[in-house]
Design a protein around this ligand. Sequence first.
Ligand code: F6P
Length: 360
Amino acid sequence: MKRRIGILTSGGDCPGLNAAIRGVAKAAYEMFDDLEIVGIADGYAGLIDGEYEEMKQSDFSGILTRGGTILGTSRRPFRDMRVIGDDKLDKVKAMKENYKKMKLDCLITLGGNGTHKTANLLSEEGLNVIGLPKTIDNDIWGTDVTFGFHTAVDIATDVIDRIHTTADSHGRVMVIEIMGNKAGWLTLYSGLAGGADIILLPEIPYSMDSVVDAVKGRMKSGKSFSIIAVAEGAMSKDEAGMKKKERAALIAENPYKTVAHRVAEQIQKKSGLETRAVVPGHLQRGGSPSAYDRALSTRFGVHAAELLRAGIYGVTVAMMGDQVVHNPLNEVAGLTKFVPQHHQMVVTARRVGIRFGDEK
Ligand code: F6P
């Protein structure tokens, strides 16, 4: 049986992309006696601009453990896809034409929420599309887990562990900023795993008084240091009450003073305790995938190849319990999986004394 497929990786990179690409390719080479794979460069940018190349079977060997993506990636926001800009380019039309030009039977898209929205758009435009859920944020609707997430949890936990020893030596308050602009899963998991004393999430707006009380309370009870894990998108109750535009304007005033810096500055001012901010940033997306993510990416990739064999399109791969399944793109695209305020992990963290800055 003959098949010709295109693969692209879009949005922020993460460990496990290459493992997933390899999973799709290896399984598909086993299934089809005549398989051609086209690698599309830099995500949807390559599909729009017609940047692609035929790949060889050997291109998919030796990449299981490699971080990043061999195809390159870029962010092409979904909201701009139907907008005709100064270049007069109709991006949707261009993507459809290039799909035709490449003579594809199917397009496989590896990405997060934005990628899924454009994948759904292309599916509604009549292309055969299969999605795979990647992101260190773990915020894709309809899947228990995304690949890349657990590697990032391991990295962020290691950062918290390392900060613990220096915080202890100096008797300092250390505020560590963990990635996750909209959803706090990465901060919640790594904060719990790293034994943070306070966890601040976008989903649970904090009061600075409550954070300072918690830090002072620790000092009073004889603990010389405190560790605060703050999600990139965490906000105070006041900020949560602002309009999105007002909040963005506040941040734009000083983009280098990220949330960890703002929180650290206020803690030091209000408590008089020596406080430092640490921002591991893109370290959390770098390097080799963990064993968990290598296995997960491979399972997801193989499932995508099975969908291809069955001719099931307009879907994205997902994990439900311990089973790899798939969801219709039009049911999950555009939805974000936030941390529910009373999620069992939040309750568990509270039970071991972790504060979320919303306590009275
Ligand atoms: O979506 C993954 C992610 O790392 C988020 O956690 C973070 O907010 C964002 O990407 C950073 O994006 P960029 O790499 O474009 O700065």
